[in-house]
Design a protein around this ligand. Structure first.
Ligand SMILES: Cc1cc2nc3c(=O)[nH]c(=O)nc-3n(C[C@H](O)[C@H](O)[C@H](O)COP(=O)(O)OP(=O)(O)OC[C@H]3O[C@@H](n4cnc5c(N)ncnc54)[C@H](O)[C@@H]3O)c2cc1C
Length: 329
């Protein structure tokens, strides 16, 4: 295997691509490997990402980021990394697209939303048309005064329904699998806010013209938009297998510089506990890349581009260099 890369970036969503742009501009040797399921690619048109009046489709934003990364020589390889091993001072990542060794790893692997019961082809069209939505913070504004259903229960469903109530008087909270699991206090608050509560189980969602149909034991209802509040699968498994600390639901716990609890493994974006938004993922990608660059410099103490020693009085290679060429101790 070749010399280890400075960093293997796993995931080419907003977090991974931002980090890749930064790292390439720091003259680090990197590779990005991506399984091709960025949540950003599902966004028909984002209107809350700053800098794009009129909005921008998620797929276009990702393509622009890829193009920008390519300007600095970044390669993105398609594939799924399914195993990460630590060797003495580097990592080996194994995937269906190949095998990479790297001194550091940036996990920018995101999350996968749990879907309601719905035919896959209907799901894609419903998301594209804004009939099915996954992010009230992102696009609640777009459903102002519409008929909204939230699919879910417990605290998650309760929070999402009350959040969306700021946009519309017509919000219905529907338990997808059976009877609701809500406290009396939550029921009181929902009633006070005028949010209708319906028990499930729901039949698979259907689309009719520009509406979603939800069928429960109490009958068939039509909505302009449905928000599943069914949780997500956090794609942190590679770091967890190395012993990284995570929250109960699997979000990676990081320090203020995006370092996980495993030395050499960094994380950014939705896979980390925090606000699941493009801007946040990009910000974390920038912080992670800068931390990786600085942490690597502490170890190697040689400036990559000019191959000259940087000032680090603790570095043995630098001490040898200074003694040899400057006679200093
Ligand atoms: C329908 C929808 C609408 C949204 N609208 C907005 C919006 O308007 N504004 C906003 O700010 N946010 C929005 N979001 C949220 C936004 O998409 C995410 O916050 C953002 O994409 C997170 O970026 P990320 O880089 O962390 O993860 P992602 O974009 O999800 O990218 C992660 C990448 O890692 C890859 N990956 C995972 N595991 C592996 C592995 N083992 N090996 C290789 N690759 C792997 C995945 O395939 C994926 O390509 C929306 C989300 C959805 C679903």
């Amino acid at each position: 295997m070749d010399k280890p890369l400075d960093c293997l970036v796993i995931g080419a969503g907003p977090a991974g691509l931002t980090a890749a742009i930064y790292l390439a501009r720091f003259y680090r040797s990197i590779m990005v490997v991506d399984a091709g399921h960025s949540r950003a690619a599902m966004i028909p048109r984002t209107h809350n990402h700053a800098g794009y009046p009129g909005g921008i489709p998620g797929s276009e934003l990702l393509q622009r980021m890829r193009d920008q990364a390519a300007e600095f020589g970044v390669q993105v390889c398609s594939g799924l990394i399914d195993n990460l091993e630590r060797q003495s001072n580097h990592f080996i990542a194994y995937g269906d697209g190949g095998e990479w060794s790297a001194r550091t790893i940036l996990l920018a692997t995101g999350v996968v939303n749990n879907r309601p019961r719905i035919a896959p082809e209907t799901h894609a069209v419903a998301v594209e048309r804004g009939l099915l939505r996954y992010c009230p913070i992102c696009d609640g504004y777009e459903v102002t005064d519409r008929r909204i259903a939230v699919l879910g229960t417990r605290t998650h469903g309760f929070n999402e329904a009350t959040f969306l109530r700021m946009y519309s008087r017509t919000v219905t909270l529907i338990a997808s699998d059976g009877a609701h699991d809500l406290s009396n206090e939550e029921r009181d608050q929902l009633n006070l806010a005028g949010i209708e509560i319906l028990d499930g189980p729901c039949e698979p969602l259907r689309m009719k013209d520009r509406t979603m149909i939800i069928t429960t034991p109490s009958g068939e209802r039509m909505f302009d938009s449905v928000y599943p509040a069914l949780g997500s699968v956090i794609r942190s498994e590679l770091a967890l297998a190395l012993g990284a600390e995570a929250t109960a639901d699997g979000c990676l716990i990081i320090d203020e510089h995006q370092r996980t609890s495993v030395e050499g493994v960094y994380a950014a974006g939705d896979v980390v506990k925090g606000l699941d938004q493009i801007s946040h993922a990009m910000g974390q990608g920038g912080v992670a890349a800068t931390t990786i660059r600085n942490d690597l410099a502490k170890v190697s103490c040689y400036d990559k581009r000019y191959d000259t020693p940087r000032f680090n009085p603790l570095c043995p290679r630098l001490r040898t260099y200074r003694i040899r060429f400057h006679g200093k101790r």
